[in-house]
Design a binder for this molecule. Structure first.
Ligand SMILES: [Cu+2]
Length: 366
């Protein structure tokens, strides 16, 4: 059960309920959120962390901290700015950016840590559109997982700041030593948004925890289904003839339909899937961003490896991810095994972009 209205289920109507049943094959950091009118419902807070514990306890709960990070757009009175929901300038540009950053729903959140103990920080970016920039090297943290999949080995951050796009997760491991703040670095000034106090005696000898690496099937490129996805539209981007609900949109119709972006010339879900794959088939997907904006592309039901990115390196070990950032004019090549039967979305997780056209889907047949 994936909860995508129009693809796998009907929306849950006000006052009614729906019971989701699913298995959790992978221990790791995930989250859940409304997928109906998500650009408004998620911005209003309809989401939560979904943590799947390891079979063997690695860290006690007090040393395993989830940080759900969101930016809210507040008015000058300090209440949620609801008037600007659906603003065309957000939909056709970089999405809805907030002006108030919270962790687990609180501003200036403080955690109390014990000196010498090991901690896992599970960072989850639930912002509609903001790409968070963070520097974990400043408190000697190592990266142990991305998007809910544990790395083969804990890794030093290869560069700083690290970017955490909408929907992405990053698990960090560190030993508490001195008080520190986590700063968001994408603005003109570093913005401290969560503080960690450290108390207790130094030199508490505790063993460094170990984590079981992800165990996912490797795609076989020789045998892979080759798929290409061209992203176009938006302000200042390449404009192509755009189909929506089977019709070509022209002139004012683009604004009336509120569809500004397209995948392979189609805004929002086409009748036909982007591709259909037999269960177990490897998929080689090349995504070309011909827009003037970065995007956070999210694949449902699967994790992939980023094999190459034009004009940028890929991370050591090519970690498994379910969401990748793609820059303006960038081409990114990903690969994965279609090992999960069903119908799955592939969309930009900048929620205004998804609403305004950046959705496609694929099918894995058993
Ligand atoms: Cu986008």
């Amino acid at each position: 059960m994936d909860g995508v209205p129009g693809l796998t289920q009907d929306p849950v109507q006000p006052g009614s309920s729906f019971e989701y049943r699913f298995q959790v094959p992978d221990a790791g950091t995930f989250w859940y959120h409304a997928h109906e009118q998500s650009w408004e419902q998620v911005a209003r807070g309809l989401y939560g962390a979904l943590i799947v514990d390891e079979e063997q306890v690695v860290l006690p709960p007090e040393q395993d901290i989830s940080l759900v990070v969101d930016d809210w757009r507040l008015t000058s009175e300090g209440v949620l700015d609801t008037r600007s929901f659906g603003a065309l300038s957000d939909w056709s540009h970089g999405g809805r950016m907030g002006n108030w950053l919270t962790v687990n729903g609180e501003p200036e959140k403080v955690f109390e840590l014990q000196r010498g103990k090991w901690y896992r920080l599970r960072l989850i970016n639930t912002c509609n559109a903001r790409i968070l920039a963070l520097d974990p090297t400043r408190f000697r943290a190592q990266i142990i997982a991305y998007d809910g999949q544990t790395l083969a080995e804990p890794a030093e951050a290869p560069y700083a700041p690290l970017l955490l796009g909408p929907a992405q997760r990053m698990d960090l491991l560190f030993q508490a030593q001195d008080e520190f703040e986590l700063e968001e670095l994408s603005g003109p000034q570093p913005f401290p948004f969560v503080r960690f106090h450290v108390g207790g005696e130094a030199n508490v000898a505790t063993r460094r925890p170990e984590f079981v690496p992800a165990d996912l099937p490797e795609p076989v490129l020789d045998d892979a289904l080759q798929v290409r996805l061209e992203m176009a539209g938006g302000a200042m981007g390449k404009q192509v003839e755009m189909r929506y609900n089977g019709e070509v949109l022209e002139g004012e119709e683009v604004i009336e339909a509120r569809q500004f972006w397209s995948f392979n010339g189609v805004a929002n879900l086409a009748e036909a899937p982007l591709f259909t794959a037999q269960l177990g088939r490897s998929i080689s997907l090349t995504i070309v961003n011909e827009t003037a904006f970065p995007h956070a592309m999210h694949l449902h039901g699967h994790h992939f490896r980023v094999l190459s990115r034009s004009e940028a390196s890929v991370d050591d070990g090519k970690p498994w991810r379910d969401t990748f950032l793609i820059g303006p004019s960038q081409t990114t090549h990903i690969a994965f095994v279609a090992d999960n039967p069903g119908r799955w979305l592939l969309h930009c997780h900048m929620l205004e972009h998804a609403a305004a056209g950046m959705n496609t889907w694929f099918e894995v047949t058993a």
